[in-house]
Design a protein around this ligand. Structure first.
Ligand SMILES: C[S@@+](CC[C@H](N)C(=O)[O-])C[C@H]1O[C@@H](n2cnc3c(N)ncnc32)[C@H](O)[C@@H]1O
Ligand code: SF4
Length: 405
């Protein structure tokens, strides 16, 4: 989407009573709110998230603008209850706790928060940020997700991180003492990393983890510093694809053996400790995306709307403050919804309900495609659902191409 060039299609003012099964489809995933804080203290060389280094950010002004976007989203889908809130970034642990509190008050006033709502904040593990954890807890955050990234000081340096392992461990210990639920992220298949290095690091991570871990294979994204270096052949020591695949397989095994199996390709949890917010995406529920570059899916008046906010922070802020649209709304045809639902849901170990797919697509999955994938051991049907097997997950794109052809 071009900056400022918002789609001409205008959403309706509210829900219509003509809701049919498709219009209620979002209920299978629930309703969450994503709030994007687009600022970071420094830009990491691997990261292509919508994150920007800025000084002198007026947090109160940003809080007002983000809250105004909550009100705008609630005009489109009034009368909901919010199951989950996720403060992501960028680096939301740079937000003053008062701004987090303002946002949660705005969300509760616009829709109402479920009594047991999951409220997650993504944090970088520096000591300065850990100093704000108590304030976040008091504001209503009950789950912290920390970007530890590596348990190796040299690797952290190579990833451009501003913390070392000791600082990350200290910040994590503080988080554990303050929040009922904590998780952390690691990146593997890094430069110079061998399978044994990773399994050793993973064993340390398991000892440190409580009940949830996100383990991402390093992807080299175009437009990042690593992307530029790789394009010039100057990013050395990345593991070969087969080595990365072995690391992935070892990750599945070790986590399952430790009682934290993968419930999604890169996410591991003890049963019951899954990220409920991310499940809203993967179960293809509705979610409001608030803040620069945030995406959403909102069902109103029998239409599922894809929403996308202006990416550049200053352009977004100016649009919100001038009362102009900061977020484009595009209707998603039901066939497209079926594709999106399958692409998200088949990432999950629980898979998807085949009749839900058929209701959205207007036709069921082709029996021959399923039979072929089952024969190859890539997909497993069971009790009205299909799931992608351990063997199928590393080749999920090919499985999806076959299923959705
Ligand atoms: C929004 S980002 C980071 C949140 C927080 N600012 C931080 O850095 O800790 C969420 C997670 O995505 C993962 N990530 C970002 N870029 C990645 C890449 N190129 N490859 C693999 N994982 C990546 C990192 O583990 C990161 O913690
Ligand atoms: S990884 Fe986190 S801290 Fe680094 S640039 Fe991305 S969002 Fe910012």
């Amino acid at each position: 989407m071009a900056e400022g060039g918002l789609a001409a299609v205008r959403p309706p003012a509210g829900d219509s009573p003509t809701a049919d099964r498709r219009a209620e489809d979002w209920r299978a995933g629930g309703f969450g709110v994503y709030v994007h804080w687009p600022f970071c203290a420094a830009k990491c060389p691997y990261c292509d998230f919508n994150s920007h280094v800025r000084t002198g950010t007026d947090a109160a002004r940003w809080g007002r603008a983000l809250a105004a976007e909550v009100v705008a989203a609630a005009r489109l889908v009034p009368g909901r209850r919010v199951d989950t809130v996720f403060f992501g970034g960028g680096t939301p642990s740079l937000m003053p706790p008062e701004t987090v509190a303002t946002m949660l008050e705005a969300i509760a006033a616009a829709w109402g928060l479920s009594a047991d709502a999951e409220v997650t904040l993504e944090a970088n593990p520096t000591s300065v940020e850990a100093g704000r954890f108590r304030g976040y807890r008091a504001a209503g955050v009950n789950r912290l997700s920390m970007g530890v990234q590596a348990l190796d000081d040299r690797a952290l340096k190579a990833l451009g991180r501003m913390h070392d392992v000791a600082e990350a461990r200290r910040a994590f210990a503080i988080a554990r003492a303050i929040f009922p639920r904590v998780s952390f992220d690691l990146i593997y298949a890094r430069q110079g990393q061998e399978v044994a290095d990773w399994t050793e690091e993973l064993a340390e991570a398991m000892a440190m983890a409580v009940d949830h871990l996100s383990l991402y294979q390093l992807t080299i994204e175009p437009g990042t510093r690593f992307g530029e270096l790789a394009a010039r052949g100057r990013l050395r020591g990345l593991p070969a694809a087969e080595v990365a695949a072995t690391m992935y397989a070892a990750t599945q095994e070790l986590c399952a053996a430790a009682g934290m199996p993968a419930y999604e390709i890169s996410n591991h949890a003890r049963p019951g400790a899954e990220s409920r917010h991310n499940l809203v995406y993967w179960r293809y529920g509705d979610y409001a995306g608030i803040g620069p570059g945030a995406h959403g899916r909102l069902t109103a008046g029998g239409v599922r709307w894809a929403t996308e906010a202006i990416r550049t922070p200053e352009t977004w802020l100016a649009a919100v403050e001038s009362g102009g649209p900061a977020t484009a709304h595009t209707p998603v045809a039901s066939g497209e919804q079926a594709v999106e639902m399958a692409m998200m849901g088949l990432r999950l170990a629980e898979g998807i309900a085949v009749d839900r797919y058929a209701a959205l697509a207007g036709v069921p999955f082709a029996a021959e495609a399923i039979a072929e994938l089952v024969a190859l051991g890539l997909v497993e049907p069971s009790e009205g659902r299909i799931t992608v097997t351990d063997a199928g997950r590393p080749v999920l794109d090919a499985v999806l191409r076959k299923l959705l052809a």
